[in-house]
Ligand binder design. Sequence first.
Ligand SMILES: [Cu+2]
Length: 263
Amino acid sequence: MYGRLPIVKMLAATVAIGAAMSAVMVSINWDGQQASTAAPEIDNLLNVMIVLSSFVFSLVMVMLFYALWKFKAKPGDESDGEPIHGNTRLEIAWTLIPTVIVLFAGGYSWSVLDSIEEPAKNPMTVDVFSQQYAWSFGYPGKDLAFSEGELHVPVDRQIHFKMHAQDVIHSFWVPEWRIKKDNVPGITTTAIVTPDKVGTYQLICTELCGFGHATMRAKVVVESPADFQKWVTGLKETIPDPLLEAIKQDTETDPIPVGAGGA
Ligand SMILES: [Cu+2]
């Protein structure tokens, strides 16, 4: 036998490395300023996950490197390793602890998602059309006004973005809002965001969708309701017919089963 493991030293190393890693990772501003009501909750969730994973990662690394160093075969040692028949207590522990961690993480994520997607009283719907490699936007509540490459929304109002991909899968992401949602051909997905800071942001496609993926961006303007009203009434175009067709195929409100005319 190899004698007792230096458990206290290993735990101390785990705590020290985990704490240092958490401190560095949590202090990084990953997604820019917080510009939606969901941002603080999502950032808290991310920080909790960072701390949990830092400690799990450092525990695994400490044990791995200790084992590599301590149980290395001596030069010339050609013998087999000791037969090991398992350790019931250890196996129960390494099943139970991760189960508790994963259930906690799942429950916490669920409650955050529930809270950030809570429908508000007076939401506005914006249709988002994505195609290789451009974004366009329809405003069904504003006489079907239509804009290409530039999205405007009023501040402090819940927006329900209805996503309609025209070709391949794209993904809608405004980092400052934190919300990210896939646009999938054939179905309509919804992202719920309440922007709460006036400013100019960038919409980024975050699903590798072809050669032009990296350039698939759009300008996002969050402005006062009056400025938004002025901008949207100034739009000359309305949503083109083929895109109106895409809205009609909204599988959330009007499900058509696959094979019965649905995509
Ligand atoms: Cu893309």
